[in-house]
Design a protein around this ligand. Structure first.
Ligand code: FAD
Ligand code: MG
Ligand code: MG
Ligand code: MG
Ligand code: MG
Length: 562
């Protein structure tokens, strides 16, 4: 008792005295991690053992290997081999686990308000360092009747889908089932053609062709239909164009019904109503009956993330994710207390915001600039009256990309954009023009993808940095720390490396490698897909240590592919 609203504050965990090691850790700073998914697990795997008193809070007490979830949902794989107890993972750092969900963060009190699932009970957990890795939820797009559809996010979702497929197949075989009813039971409708939707469609197709014909009446095969409803004109549209086209061809060949340019309007208990735009631009309302409908139309913001953005409204500007700086610190929270990683977070490039700082640093550094020659102190007013030649602008960009690697990619656009901001052709930009230019560059910085790959990289970065921070008291001198920014003194900003993504589309897989190189294949692709995932899931089931190892490498690390 004693916290705000008279709710209790956690002081010691039930297992705080279970071992001398845990007792010793009580005196260390409290690191709280919200979530038990990709981001959190990767962080835990990269944290040194005795640096923090670690507490993981999540309503789900296992880590789920999501890339293989579509296979598990359809039954190709045992679900158990994709799950790992979070308690086992936490044990490595002598940490604690609480099965609960965070509702609100009191930033100045350094307390997390936590709710016990399925009850009205709440309590507070204090933290010294907090990492938010609560992931995302499914996007509803405000569509009515979603309760009649299935989603695929958790292990329970996969079990539910599997159960429904089997029940529908059995029902279809009963003599009391009419022809029309049978067709409906055997109709699979998938809303959303991102990787998850596409993979589920492909898995269902394989299941029906490979396994089903052996144990079920042959007639069922002819009555089965698979439909994909997609709002755009292409499927897999975050992938390379060649890949998207390959997947479409593949699906046509497999007689999977692709309903492109279609928007779901409503889901009824046994049919989906959707609007399809025809080639002539008219909109037709159509319906398709289903036995199973999967809703997988992308991600939306988790409720806790929404709350955080609301509570820090003055500083947080993105409506879809918690914004962090390049050090992954939540913008607006006390510096260095709170971090956010994975699907729930995004990194803000902030070039325009820091434009005058960057220009100032550039001018001071460049001996030749006229300000340096004529003035000793550079005032804000000076900055506002600066004129930068194209060449100076180029040097400025090089300098910025060293300080802010996140923007490096976007800054390469500058040369292309400059003429637009120099309408009079002066071959120079004044400060306001530079700032506008930076604003456009900011908007061009590709936001980080909601993938396991990204969460894994950010988790790794955070784990290493948190351990470094603990040791910094002995390795850093006061002079190393500029403006009280310890993170900047000990660690480089986070940098995302795109290692390629992969989707399974039925007896072949499509890959999307680093920009400029894509690969579409058949037999080779199947081989790679099976071997990558097989190696991963076997090691996952049998040896957690090996699993930690490849987690470090990242799932699609090039070293595995070649
Ligand atoms: P998650 O892994 O989602 O973890 C979030 C955790 O936070 C969960 O444990 C959740 O229970 C917990 N949580 C939620 N709310 C709270 C709260 N209020 N308090 C405390 N804890 C909370 N990515 C790829 O790169 N490749 C793939 O092939 C791929 N396939 C996918 C297939 C499917 C079916 C799905 C659903 C996703 C797939 N992804 C894939 C995406 C990938 O799973 C996510 O990007 C990744 O899980 C994000 O990691 P995260 O740590 O941010 O969130
Ligand atoms: Mg997580
Ligand atoms: Mg996960
Ligand atoms: Mg996938
Ligand atoms: Mg997250």
């Amino acid at each position: 008792i004693g916290g705000p609203e008279n709710l209790p504050i956690l002081t010691d965990h039930l297992d705080s005295f279970d071992s001398p090691a845990k007792e010793e850790l009580r005196r260390k700073p409290h690191l709280v991690i919200l979530g038990s998914g990709w981001g959190s697990v990767s962080l835990l795997g990269n944290l040194d053992k005795n640096d923090y008193d670690v507490t993981v809070i999540s309503p789900i007490n296992y880590f789920l290997f999501t890339p293989m979830l579509p296979s598990a949902a359809v039954g190709t794989l045992e679900l158990k081999s994709l799950m790992e107890s979070i308690r086992h993972i936490v044990r490595r750092v002598n940490g604690h686990y609480l099965e609960a969900s965070a509702e609100k963060i009191l930033f100045s009190e350094k307390l997390i308000k936590v709710k016990v699932p399925g009850t009205d009970q709440r309590f507070y957990v204090p933290y010294d360092k907090l990492v938010i890795a609560v992931g995302s939820t499914s996007n509803t797009h405000g569509v009515k009747g979603l309760q009649y559809s299935n989603q695929l996010k958790t292990a329970e979702d996969a079990v539910e889908i599997r159960r429904k497929i089997v029940t529908n197949l059995e029902k279809a075989c009963l003599p009391t089932t009419s022809d029309e009813e049978r067709k409906k039971l055997l109709s699979f409708v998938i809303c959303g053609a991102g990787p998850t939707g596409v993979e589920v469609a492909a898995e269902i197709f394989d299941l029906l062709n490979e396994d089903l014909t052996r144990s079920f009446p042959k007639i069922l095969r002819q009555e089965i239909s698979i439909h994909i409803i997609q709002s755009r004109s292409h499927i897999l549209n975050t992938y390379d164009k060649a890949i998207s086209e390959y997947a479409m061809k593949r699906f046509e060949h497999d007689q999977i019904d692709l309903l492109t340019n279609s928007r779901v309007r409503e889901i009824l208990p046994d049919q989906v109503i959707f609007d399809q735009k025809t080639a002539s631009g008219e909109v037709e309302t159509k319906s398709v009956p289903f036995g199973l409908c999967l809703w997988s139309t992308g991600v939306a913001q988790n409720p806790l993330a929404q709350q955080v953005v609301k509570d820090l409204a003055g500083s947080q500007k993105n409506k879809r994710a918690i914004e962090t700086d390049a050090q992954l610190r939540v913008i607006g929270a006390p510096l260095g207390d709170v971090y956010a990683i994975g699907d729930c977070a995004t990194v803000r490039a902030e070039l325009a915001e820091h434009c005058s700082d960057y220009v100032r640093k550039y001018i001071i550094g460049s001996q030749s600039h006229k300000f340096v020659r004529s003035h000793h102190i550079i005032t804000d007013d000076d900055i506002k009256h600066v004129d930068l030649t194209y060449n100076e602008l180029k040097q400025l960009c090089t300098q910025i990309s060293q300080m802010n690697p996140l923007a490096a990619e976007a800054l390469s656009l500058v040369e292309e954009l400059v003429p637009k901001y120099d309408p009079e052709g002066r071959k120079k930009l004044n400060f306001d023009q530079v700032k506008l230019l930076m604003k456009e560059v900011d908007s061009k910085v590709t936001s980080l993808p909601a993938t396991a790959q990204r969460a894994n990289q950010q988790g790794k970065y955070m784990g290493k940095k948190l351990s470094k921070l603990r040791k910094s008291s002995t390795t850093l001198s006061i002079n190393d720390i500029v403006d009280g920014d310890i993170d900047n003194a000990i660690a480089r900003p986070f940098k995302y490396r795109h290692l390629g993504s992969l989707a399974y589309i039925g007896n072949s897989a499509v890959f999307d490698f680093a920009p400029g190189y894509s690969f579409v294949g058949d037999i080779i692709a199947v081989y790679l897909w099976r071997s990558i995932y097989f190696a991963q899931s076997v090691s996952f089931r049998t040896r957690v240590l090996l699993f930690m190892d490849w987690l470090n490498r990242g799932i699609f690390g090039r070293d595995i592919l070649t």
